[in-house]
Write a protein that binds this ligand. Structure first.
Ligand SMILES: [Fe+2]
Length: 127
């Protein structure tokens, strides 16, 4: 499993999901987290080469099993009845999620590029 996911600094590798926690999370209050791919170096977004989905997990401090917060599919990549890259409609690999927690913990995000596979990153949340 170790080799299934790749990771790197998102500032130098365009596939790595960027996790941005908004504000200062508080116990039991909504935590807003933006997860995107390509913040520093845009990833291609074409019918042939695109980010297909992002998944986000949260592992509360002291717990063994992570919780899946969501899976987000990006399904428009320029295709139309005229062929690939003809519609001008492209979904961006960016999503903002909201959740609550009573505990601090670690957010994990994974992203899937249709030709470069799985990438991951993590970010701590301090409550
Ligand atoms: Fe890629």
């Amino acid at each position: 499993m170790r080799d299934l996911y790749q990771t790197a600094d998102w500032k130098s590798e365009k596939h790595v999901p960027v996790i941005e926690v908004q504000g200062s999370p508080k116990k039991g209050e909504l935590v807003s987290v933006k997860v995107s791919v390509g913040k520093e170096i845009p990833h291609p977004n074409t019918a042939e080469h695109h980010i297909a989905w992002i998944e986000v997990y949260f592992l509360p401090e002291g717990e063994k099993f992570p919780y899946a917060l969501g899976r987000f599919e990006f399904q428009a990549h320029g295709e139309s009845i005229q062929g690939p890259d003809t519609s001008s409609v492209y979904s961006e690999p960016s999503v903002t999620i909201h959740f609550t927690t009573e505990k601090s913990g670690v957010l994990y995000a994974s992203s899937y590029c249709n030709i470069h596979g799985l990438w991951s990153s993590s970010a701590e949340i301090s409550i």
